[in-house]
Design a protein around this ligand. Structure first.
Ligand code: SAM
Length: 219
């Protein structure tokens, strides 16, 4: 575990989208316990001019607007300089490498992660050429913006940090563990629901037999 909490920096045109996400449940607890640190930045703060413009029409024509290099690069460079810890810079992008649990485990070893959220048609290519971020996709579909994708990354990573999950929410023995398997079925009360009973073995108290049943029923 690193000496200081893992620091996330979220750069977005709509940082208020993270409000609820940061103020509830496991993530809020982790922030309160100083196991993780999350900073939000409004990309528009680096836009120049009266209209604080951050996007413009694409050269060559076509629909939509493209995020402009000057304000986005200035924002990222300022945020990079805001802390001396080495940071992994990640741009959320459908063209990026697809996130999986191996990548999540690897990210959980970082001391700082900067997540750059796109909007509209995405980023001017020179943003990638200048900053050389890792590009990360959360799946083969198109979201309206990188914020939801950034929340996926923060959520998946922070729950692997030591002390974040209590016993009741343990990350041990979950799906996509080191052996790549999926989890077994769970049951709780009532013992019978609409004619469907809990498997007898789970009520037997025989821990070895239960462990075997669970191994056999991994999906
Ligand atoms: N024009 C882009 C394309 O066709 O690939 C889609 C841009 S999307 C509407 C706007 C932003 O949402 C992207 O720049 C990216 O930051 C984010 N985004 C959308 N889908 C994503 C995905 N699957 N994974 C990660 N980020 C995504």
């Amino acid at each position: 575990m690193s000496a200081s909490p893992l620091r996330f920096d979220l750069l977005s045109l709509f940082p208020a989208l993270f409000d609820g996400f940061l103020s509830e449940s496991i993530l809020k607890r982790a922030i309160d316990k100083e196991l993780v640190e999350v900073h939000r930045w409004d990309l528009r703060d680096w836009a120049e001019g009266k209209h604080k413009q951050v996007d413009d029409r694409p050269f060559g024509g076509g629909p939509g607007m493209v995020l402009m290099a000057p304000p986005i690069v200035a924002a990222v460079e300022a945020v990079q300089a805001a802390d001396e810890r080495p940071a992994r810079l990640i741009a959320l992008s459908p063209q990026g490498r697809r996130l999986d649990q191996d990548r999540v485990r690897e990210l959980a070893d970082a001391s700082r992660i900067i997540l750059l959220c796109g909007r509209y048609e995405g980023f001017d290519e020179r943003i990638f050429e200048t900053l050389e971020p890792e590009q990360l996709s959360v799946g083969d579909y198109v979201l309206s913006g990188g914020e939801v994708a950034a929340m996926v990354v923060v959520d998946a990573v922070m729950r692997l940090l030591p002390g974040v999950l209590g016993d009741a929410e343990s990350a041990i023995d979950e799906s996509f563990g080191p052996d790549g398997g999926l989890e077994y079925p769970h049951y709780t009360r009532p013992r019978e629901f609409r004619g469907r009973a809990v498997p007898d073995i789970l009520l037997s108290g025989d821990h070895a037999a239960i462990a075997r049943w669970r191994r056999e029923h991994r999906r």
